[in-house]
Design a protein around this ligand. Structure first.
Ligand code: ADP
Ligand code: MG
Ligand code: MG
Length: 254
């Protein structure tokens, strides 16, 4: 689904990604771990097409298409979702308005009719229920005055509504207490992973510092990102090794 090859990227002339190669297939949850400043968020921004991030070498293919040639809304319409470490606040726009517009923009880009108000509310209620977020929260302005946990839940409600085929989630666990972590992790599983006995048709790139989210959203693969490139890839046991021994010790054996 996602094939990143020898990706080099810079911000303001500073080289951040340095020959990053990684692929994620349908049905996989690939966790990216790595020390602060390794380039994890930069990778998420480059995949999302954020202005200011310049790709100088390499390629990214998403479902067989050249992702880097698409603008951000085309990436979203193609089924890519990005969850950010610091969700933005949008004063003056209610969450419900925002979510409905996001969904209908995606539908229009795909040549589908916009969803009617009644159908949309039903969908929003279902997804809010999944994330245990009160519908009253969705009537408030986007993220304004939300706690860290509420922002992350609202973002996962958005993911549920858009129903992407691929999600890049950057430190979705940051700022969550244990209960919120469980709710958000269960939400990610419900939205992005196949039910028992079904083949998975979605992919996830899960960026995190800690094992604790991976206890809920169990990865199929774990890679360590350091200095802008993947230095080691393994199974879920790699996350446990990191937790126990720290990055330096594990990377020495890379
Ligand atoms: P991570 O998410 O792994 O902690 P980031 O991708 O946020 O790392 O940052 C990678 C590196 O890029 C860091 O050294 C950071 O200081 C640097 N960086 C991030 N944004 C900018 C910027 N706008 N200009 C210059 N350097 C930046
Ligand atoms: Mg960081
Ligand atoms: Mg980061």
């Amino acid at each position: 689904m996602l094939q990143i090859d020898n990706l080099h990227a810079e911000i303001d002339g500073t080289k951040i990604l340095n020959g990053l190669t990684l692929s994620v297939n349908a049905g996989e949850v690939h966790a990216i771990m790595g020390p602060n400043g390794a380039g994890k968020s930069t990778l998420a921004y480059v995949l999302g097409g954020r202005p200011g991030y310049e790709v100088t070498e390499g390629s990214v293919f998403f479902r067989g298409e050249d992702l880097l040639a698409m603008d951000p809304h085309e990436r979203a319409a193609a089924g890519l979702f990005l969850g950010f470490q610091y969700p933005v606040e949008i004063p003056g726009v209610s969450n419900i308005q925002f979510l409905r517009e996001a969904l209908n923009a995606q539908r229009r880009a795909r040549g589908d009719e916009p969803m009617t108000g009644g159908d949309f509310l039903k969908l929003a209620k279902e997804k809010a229920g999944l994330l245990k977020l009160d519908m009253e929260m969705l009537k408030r302005n986007v993220n304004v005055g939300f706690s860290g946990g509420e922002k992350k839940r609202a973002e996962m409600v958005q993911m549920g509504i858009l129903d992407p085929c691929f999600a890049v989630l950057d430190e979705t666990d940051s700022g969550l207490d244990i209960d919120a972590l469980r709710v958000v992790g269960d939400g990610i599983n419900a939205i992005m992973r196949a039910k028992e006995g079904e083949g998975g048709d979605k992919g996830v790139l899960l960026i995190t510092h800690y094992q604790r989210l991976l206890d809920v959203v169990q990865p199929t693969h774990v890679s360590i990102l350091s200095k802008g490139r993947i230095v080691k890839t393994g199974g879920p046991e790699l996350a446990a090794d990191l937790e126990r021994e720290g990055y330096d010790a594990v990377m020495e054996t890379a």
